[in-house]
Design a protein around this ligand. Structure first.
Ligand code: FES
Length: 75
């Protein structure tokens, strides 16, 4: 069977969204949530994807990118 190779390039994945911000993080307040806070990865680098594990910090440092998680907050 053919083997697949995953290539992760050390380059920014956000070319033009809100580049004046140090880190693009968005929060949504939701009433019907089991946990008080859940962070969803938007940098595609998390080992616990789709949850954020903080890997965006290393990615941002290595590439000059400014990606950050989507936060769901329980009201
Ligand atoms: Fe991807 Fe935090 S690890 S946004």
């Amino acid at each position: 069977s053919p083997r697949r190779m995953v290539v992760v390039r050390a380059e920014a994945i956000n070319p033009d969204i809100r580049k004046t911000e140090e880190k693009v993080v968005d929060s949504v307040v939701v009433t019907d949530l089991a946990k008080p806070l859940t962070a969803y990865c938007r940098c595609w680098r998390s080992a616990t994807f789709p949850l954020c594990d903080g890997s965006h910090v290393k990615h941002n440092k290595a590439t000059g990118d400014n990606v950050g998680p989507l936060l769901l907050k329980k009201q």
